[in-house]
Design a binder for this molecule. Structure first.
Ligand code: NAP
Length: 287
């Protein structure tokens, strides 16, 4: 049985409280933080996610607008919408929701998100900033992983962190954030032979693959800390990439799904929006 459940619920609440305080003082000066989510899909799980994001925003008294472009939106239509939002001084945060319509790639859209408003670190320039150690927004899910470790007082410095998954939204930026905290980082992926060889060496194992319960007790070194980023819809609800029942017997700490990385991610997006509104206010040159 695990010693520590790495719950994200309390941390998400603390971020909400912090963001709300800051949002209120910005609103009092006429700069109510505003997030716009660009949606170009009918996808039901995406609609569910956007609604939950809007609820998170409401808790922190941040305005959240959904800009529906419809599933027939074109690359240039989405680019124009994002460009206009980037130029709009009343908008502080921009998220482009996936999936995008068939034939439209995030690669063509993300560069149009102003880096100052890129609250989910989607613009490649934001990722460049992250790599180079410049201020900017990291992808929220990746940041949520390290925020969860910090919150539970798990220090990764000098430890071996193994990340399974190398996507641009999770795996790669998590690897960078762990490296920034002085972990020794190994990143595994679908072409890694003998995955178990690597995962068994992890002091801290972060899993972001998208395959229900693929990481089992045998993948985990006894006493390791395991963060499960996966969210997989299965019959009976949502499960992670980690077989929690098995892994809980060997790990020292394990994040639950749901209730771990997820709620922290949503609130970080809202907090980033508040920070973007704050930074925008600092950039205004007084008359
Ligand atoms: P993704 O873009 O599909 O990337 C998955 C990664 O896993 C890829 O790098 C892939 O390797 C690797 N992989 C696939 N099969 C593997 C295997 N058998 N062994 C080792 N590696 C394997 O997914 P993602 O966007 O990073 O998301 C990962 C998971 O996190 C999903 O379940 C997603 O729903 C979840 N997620 C959660 C949140 C949250 O807030 N909680 C946010 C975002 C994502 P290759 O690169 O070689 O293909």
């Amino acid at each position: 049985v695990i010693d520590v459940e790495l719950s994200g619920v309390r941390l998400a609440q603390a971020i909400t409280d912090r963001a709300r305080l800051s949002a209120r003082s910005l609103a009092a000066t006429g700069r109510a933080p505003t997030l716009v989510v660009v949606v170009a899909t009918d996808d039901e799980s995406s609609a569910w996610y956007v609604r939950s994001l809007a609820r998170s925003a409401a808790k922190a008294e941040v305005t959240c607008e959904i800009r529906h472009l419809g599933p027939a939106a074109t690359t240039s239509g989405i680019q124009r919408a994002v460009r206009d939002l980037s130029a709009d001084p009343d908008v502080h945060g921009i998220i482009v929701q996936t999936p995008l319509p068939p034939g439209v790639s995030m690669v063509d859209v993300a560069p149009w998100i102003s880096v100052d408003k890129d609250v989910d670190g989607a613009n490649p320039a934001s990722l460049g900033r992250l790599m180079a150690g410049y201020p900017g927004f990291a992808p929220a899910t990746a940041e949520a992983v390290v925020a969860l470790l910090d919150h539970h007082a798990i220090d990764v410095a000098g430890r071996h962190a193994v990340v399974v998954g190398r996507s641009t939204v999770v795996g790669k930026p998590v690897g960078q954030l762990l490296l920034d905290r002085d972990a020794t980082v190994t990143v595994c992926h679908s072409r890694t032979p003998d995955l178990v060889e690597h995962t068994r060496q992890a002091d801290v194992l972060v899993v972001a693959v998208g395959r229900a319960r693929m990481i089992r007790a045998g993948h985990v070194r006894p006493g390791a800390v395991v963060v499960d980023v996966g969210t997989n819809a299965v019959e009976g609800g949502l499960v992670g990439d980690v077989d929690s029942a098995g892994v809980a017997a060997v790990a020292a700490a394990l994040s639950p799904v749901p209730g771990g990385v997820g709620p922290v991610t949503s609130m970080l997006l809202i907090e980033h929006t508040v920070r973007a509104a704050h930074d925008a206010a600092q950039r205004v040159i007084p008359d």
